[in-house]
Design a protein around this ligand. Structure first.
Ligand code: NAP
Length: 464
């Protein structure tokens, strides 16, 4: 048998997940010109691109332009897309071992983290994940309802997702019409009575997880003022000492934005975004089973032994009346059948993308990339470097003949199996048809795109 990766015996790779990490895996694999590779990508939804479609804010259309590069990957003759096919349901690890030399899991981090405080399960308490997926038209979330008749809303967390949620709640109907937000969400937000939005950070401005352009944008909202108290915008002693020893341009820019907001006075715009620092929620308080208020405790910052600035509770409590709470405190990955998982980290056990058992032994043939590999951090482009590392490990292992030895490497055999298991499989050509209709519907309404938000509607427009 010819060497794996040669023209006579191409390397067969399965990629599970079609978000940025999945596509950058393809992109990096094709750059290894010495390897003749055939790649099959499996995606649970009929649509590709993961969080670029269902996570990136609909008013940040520029960030979505990366899909052009992903489309170029998809045009590689060695690439096939199998949408509407779920790992663990339509295909198993045993199937993949039987058909591929290497398998890459790039399934992201789909589970939201809890706060672990009383009242989190109340009506009116939601994760940012649900809200973001709903307004982005993710088919699993189209039925969700959010009580936008409430005037006061709290968002817990100081990352970019928290800012996305705050910004979407602050925008006017006209601003939202310029986006590719799901129609139902645009309609629901049109009737929103939200007036006061509280963004709550447990540490200070210098430890906020958001990035400079995103916090700067909050000061430019058409019909929402932004405010921070002078006291909370002022850096504490621990932060000043830390920054003196660890200067950081991004932190300086973040702090400058916050200080500028503290110097502003509300101008009477329709909505008011209040950014709070050094406060932690301790309880969500109910009235007749629904969220009615949020109990907060004031924190103080201190320098921990490891040199980082942390927060500890002071015991000083307050209550803010809110009817909706969104927790936006990060994500974690979900375990996949047959794949070693680190429950503590919410990631797949791996070293440089090579999957290891919990006992520290490599599982030759299994790899991972993206948020499920390293946790939910960085921007879209971070996944490029992350996937490159994984693909380099794959190439090294290939040289050392560390891979599965599939009993059935014929690409047609997999195609046949998939079509038997999932007759409604969606190819890349099918997706292009869905894409074309969404874009045309958008153009007719003077919007970037009008999304299909349920799977049956997507399948209905495909010629079968
Ligand atoms: P993130 O950046 O990790 O932020 C999580 C926030 O939650 C932090 O402020 C964290 O505070 C806070 N937090 C965690 N546990 C908490 C608790 N128990 N109580 C109160 N606060 C708590 O996560 P993310 O916002 O979900 O974003 C995920 C990734 O996607 C990030 O890398 C982000 O930059 C990226 N993203 C980028 C964009 C963009 O580029 N425009 C948009 C969206 C998302 P501590 O720091 O104190 O832990």
């Amino acid at each position: 048998m010819a060497e794996v990766g040669s023209d006579e015996n191409p390397l067969r790779v399965a990629i599970i997940g079609s978000g940025p990490a999945g596509f950058y895996t393809v992109n990096n694999l094709v750059k290894h010109r010495e390897i003749n590779v055939r790649m099959d990508m499996f995606e649970r939804l009929p649509t590709p691109f993961g969080l670029v479609r269902a996570g990136v804010a609909p008013d940040h259309q520029k960030d979505k332009s990366v899909v052009r590069a992903y489309a170029r990957c998809a045009s590689d003759p060695g690439f096939r897309f199998y949408g509407n096919v779920e790992y663990g349901k339509h295909i198993t690890l045993e199937d993949l071992k039987h058909h591929y030399h290497q398998v890459v899991f790039a399934t992201g981090a789909s589970v939201d983290r809890d706060l672990g405080i009383p009242g989190e399960g109340l009506e009116g308490s939601h994760s940012a994940t649900e809200f973001v997926a709903w307004y982005n038209g993710h088919p699993d979330f189209t039925d969700r309802e959010f009580d936008l008749s409430q005037e006061n809303v709290a968002i817990v967390g100081m990352g970019n997702v928290a800012l996305d949620v705050a910004r979407i709640l602050c925008k006017t109907h006209e601003e939202l019409l310029e986006t590719d937000m799901a129609d139902d969400a645009i309609e629901a937000l049109k009737h929103s009575r939200v007036k006061n939005i509280y963004l709550l950070g447990r540490r200070g401005p210098a430890q906020a997880a958001f990035t400079p352009p995103e916090i700067h944008e909050m000061g430019e909202l058409l019909d929402a003022d932004v405010t921070v108290s002078e006291e909370e915008a002022t850096l504490d002693v621990a932060s000043l000492k830390y920054l003196h020893e660890n200067p950081n341009k991004n932190v300086e820019k973040n702090v400058a934005s916050i200080r500028e907001y503290a110097a502003r006075s509300p101008t009477g715009k329709r909505r008011l975004l209040t950014i709070r620092f050094l406060v932690s929620p301790t309880e969500i308080i109910a009235d007749e089973g629904k969220v009615a208020a949020l109990k907060l405790v004031k924190n103080e910052a201190y320098l921990a032994e490891d040199g980082s600035v942390r927060a500890r509770q002071t015991g000083i409590e307050e209550e803010i009346p809110v009817g909706l709470v969104f927790r936006s405190v990060g994500y974690r990955g979900a375990a996949l059948p047959g794949v070693p998982f680190n429950e503590g980290w919410g990631t797949i056990e791996n070293e440089k993308g090579r999957i290891f058992t919990v006992n520290g032994e490599q599982v030759p043939g299994l790899y991972t990339a993206g948020w499920i590999k390293r946790g939910p951090s960085g921007v879209i482009g971070t996944n490029k470097t992350c996937a490159r590392e994984t693909v380099n490990s794959m190439a090294e292992d290939l040289k050392a003949a560390l891979h599965f030895n599939p009993g059935q490497p014929d690409p047609l055999a997999m195609e046949k199996l998939i079509r038997e298991r999932q007759p409604d499989v969606v190819t890349y050509g099918d997706w292009e048809k869905i894409d074309e209709i969404e874009l045309a519907n958008g153009k007719a309404a003077n919007r970037p795109r009008i999304k299909f938000t349920n799977v049956d509607d997507m399948l209905a427009v495909l010629d079968r």
